[in-house]
Design a protein around this ligand. Structure first.
Ligand SMILES: Nc1nc2c(ncn2[C@@H]2O[C@H](COP(=O)(O)OP(=O)(O)O)[C@@H](O)[C@H]2O)c(=O)[nH]1
Ligand SMILES: [Mg+2]
Length: 311
């Protein structure tokens, strides 16, 4: 699949730009660099949900750079800000995995977008030429397997279902066996959400992971924490809980399109040290893109002064 056009990222981050970072366009537009500018900048970054600590760090870094470079106009800040933000997104991608099948487990709280993203990701991988199987290991909610089945049918992808109330570990185990038997490339396991504070959920997810390892040594090679960008900083607490329970390898950040807190991707990279590998930019099956730091940062910031059309 081609890289998402820049326009989609700008469109997805429209709310963040308008609601939180709108003040930056005034800063970039006219004013002289003074104390008020730095304050405005920091407030904007906090509103975009970078978190207080990171917002203050970024502001301090920029202030130092501006001093060193002898900048006097705030319009000159945009480039430095972009570079600085990019620097925070540079966490390494997960190691490429040689063993087959590659088992990817999606975890996260209810409603974060696991089922939808599992289907979108399956479609993307299949389009890239890989042979994919889905596993509906959310047996907690009665309708969950039907939801995944609907998506899978629409996209022409096979799915292993369990009976409602059956053991999610058993579903994952069966699916892993099927993936091995058919010599498939990727197994994507959708799991149940509920509350991240629930001990039972964490135990269940560990069991799902162990079940795949019984069939595929070293599985799951990738555990994707699905985070809803609209929950902002709260997502970080969830992330810690999941990371402690199951070894999360990366973040799949959903609903960036509906969020006014799009700066959360920066807070995630900064605080968790986990790479963001995929991003949900809408509800359609094609609206899942590999995370593109440059397009993201470009879209987060208002246009340079003078070209105000796209905000
Ligand atoms: N706008 C938007 N909606 C999304 C995105 N990803 C998921 N959703 C919606 O979020 C809702 C919950 O998704 P679901 O996959 O059922 O979440 P789950 O409980 O984690 O499995 C659904 O209405 C999805 O259409 C996204 O990237 N953008
Ligand atoms: Mg679900």
């Amino acid at each position: 699949m081609p890289r998402m056009p820049e326009l989609s990222w700008r469109k997805a981050l429209d709310r963040t730009r308008r609601v939180a970072l709108g003040r930056l366009s005034e800063i970039f537009g006219t004013s002289e660099l003074n104390g008020a500018v730095w304050e405005e900048l920091e407030v904007g970054l906090v509103q975009a949900d970078l978190g207080a600590a990171l917002a203050s760090e970024v502001t301090a870094t920029l202030r130092k750079r501006a001093g060193a470079q002898g900048l006097t106009r705030s319009g000159d800040l945009r480039g430095s800000l972009q570079d600085t933000l990019l620097g925070y997104l540079a966490s390494p991608a997960p190691r490429p995995v040689e063993t087959r099948p590659l088992v990817m487990v999606l975890v996260g709280v209810n409603g974060s977008g696991k089922t939808t993203s599992a289907a979108k990701l399956a479609a993307r991988l299949q389009m890239e030429g890989r042979r994919v199987l889905l596993a509906a290991a959310d047996t907690y909610r009665a309708a969950a397997d039907r939801q995944l089945k609907l998506w899978a049918d629409r996209l022409g992808i096979e799915v292993v279902l369990g009976r409602p109330g059956s053991d999610p570990g058993a579903v994952a185990f069966d699916a892993a066996q099927a993936a091995v038997a058919r010599n498939l490339d990727v197994l994507l396991v959708d799991t149940s959400g509920r509350m991240h504070t629930s001990h039972n959920l964490m135990a269940e997810l560990q069991k799902v992971c162990r079940a795949t390892a019984k069939v595929v040594p070293g599985a799951p090679q990738r555990v994707l924490l699905v985070l809803d960008a609209t929950t902002g900083q709260n997502g970080l607490a969830q992330a810690r809980a999941f990371t402690q329970a199951v070894g999360v390898t990366e973040i799949l950040l959903t609903k960036l399109d509906g969020s006014a807190k799009g700066g959360i991707a920066l807070a995630i990279s900064h605080q968790l040290g986990l790479p963001i590998t995929y991003t949900g930019l809408g509800e359609g099956p094609e609206d899942l893109a590999p995370f593109d730091p440059l397009a993201y940062v470009e879209a987060l910031l208002p246009s340079a002064a003078g070209s105000s059309a796209s905000g």
